[in-house]
Structure formats: C-alpha cells, structure tokens
Design a protein around this ligand. Sequence first.
Ligand code: MF3
Ligand code: CO
Length: 255
Amino acid sequence: MAIPIKSENEIQRMREAGRILALTHEELRKYIKPGISTYDIDKLGEEVIRSYGCTPSFLNYNGYPASICVSINDEVVHGIPSKDRILKEGDIVSLDAGVIYEGYHSDAARTYGVGEIDEASRKLIKVTRESFFEGLKQCRAGKHINDISKAVFGHIIVRGYSAVVDLVGHGVGAHLHEAPEIPNFPTRRRGAKLRPGMTLAIEPMINIGDYAVRWLDDDWTVVTADGSRSAHYENTVLITEGEPEILSRADGIEL
Ligand code: MF3
Ligand code: CO
C-alpha cells in the first residue's frame, strides 16, 4: 500500500486536529482521580472534542462504541468505557483518543497514575513515554520504518519490559489507519523509507511482564495474558525535511 504524502493544506488540518486532541487530553487529565467512571471520562472527552466542532475518530470505528479508549492496569488498549468501571487509588489508566478536523485525523494516547501509584507503575509509564521519544529521534527523511521500531524496542527491552507485538502503530491522515504499519519491535525488512509529508502514529504499548496479550469477550479490550500492568503512549508525527514535528500537541501543554 502506498504511503500518502500530505500537502501543506492537509498538514494544516492535521495540526488543528492534533492541537484539539492535545487540549482534549489535557482536559481529561484533570479528571483522572479515584471515583470517576470510565463512562464519564468518555462522555467528557466526547463533549470537549465536539465543543471544538470536531468529531471523535473512534466512535463507531469498526463498531467501537465510544469516543475514548480507557484501559486500566492489565488492559493494554481499547478498553470500553462503562458506568461500573470506577478508577481507584493506585490504578494506572491509559486514554487513547482520536479527533477529526475537516476530514483529517489525529491520534494520541497517554497513561496516567490514579492518585498515588507504586514505583513499578511509575517506571512503566515513564519508560513507555521515553520509548516514543526514542522512536521520534529516528523520524527523519531517508531513514526507514524499522529504524523507528528498533529504537522503540531497544529502549523498552534493555529496561526489562516487553513490547506488545500483536498491535502496531500506523500511518494516519484522511483515515485513522493508513499505511505503513509501525511495529514496536524490529522486523527483518527495513520497511518504507521516510519522506517529508508522511504522518505517522507511533504508539508503544509495553508490559511489565510477558509480551503476550489476549482479547476479552467484548472483542475489543486487549489485556496482558499474565495479568501484569501495561502502558501506552502515542502521538501523531509529521516527517519533514528536518526535525520531525509532533502534530498532537498544543502550546503550553506538556507531552
Ligand atoms: N489509537 C487506536 C489505534 O490506533 C485507535 C483505537 S481503534 C478504536 O488502534 F476502534 F478503538 F477506535
Ligand atoms: Co493509533
């Protein structure tokens, strides 16, 4: 599959989608406290996205029933919000969201601690975030997809964590998922060459324990096979002639 190269006009729309997505994550972050339901997080997120005149990318995507994926502890990704899932002190929770602005998508995820969390969870969240930034350093025209994958994986594995292999990052733009796939582990082939105008969702998913995952009977929620905790961090990134540009960001908001 050909990898779409975005025009300046398309990039501008993705910047705006990404900015609104960053603002949405920032707003949701304030509500991550013991006692809130994952349903309320989803409803708040949808409200914020729509308040900017945007559409949540995930709602009804392949039948996914919500706007925000909310995944707690051993849930890796794609947790379905529910009124009877309540965050409690010591949990970790990942929020994954997508925004469509004038037909263009941005996709980003963050993992947070709920109240005080243990040292192991703190480190997991930190290493997951760092591994994205290791991948980002490889996001230069002339490099290949596998350079990103190797950098992400290398950071994860030497610190004793596992990279999930059943789910991958992806191109993003006019569609939520476009070519190419971006594994969080090295592959035998170097993959596509990076070119200015490519827009990529790089999204390490990492486990404290084994890399194996399974799907729950809801057909969405992915959990670690061994019950260990998992974290997720994702941004939408533009390949340029020089430094990569993170599109899912906004001024004054921490990544
Ligand atoms: N960021 C997620 C991904 O790239 C999107 C969730 S898909 C949905 O897989 F169906 F849950 F929306
Ligand atoms: Co994604």
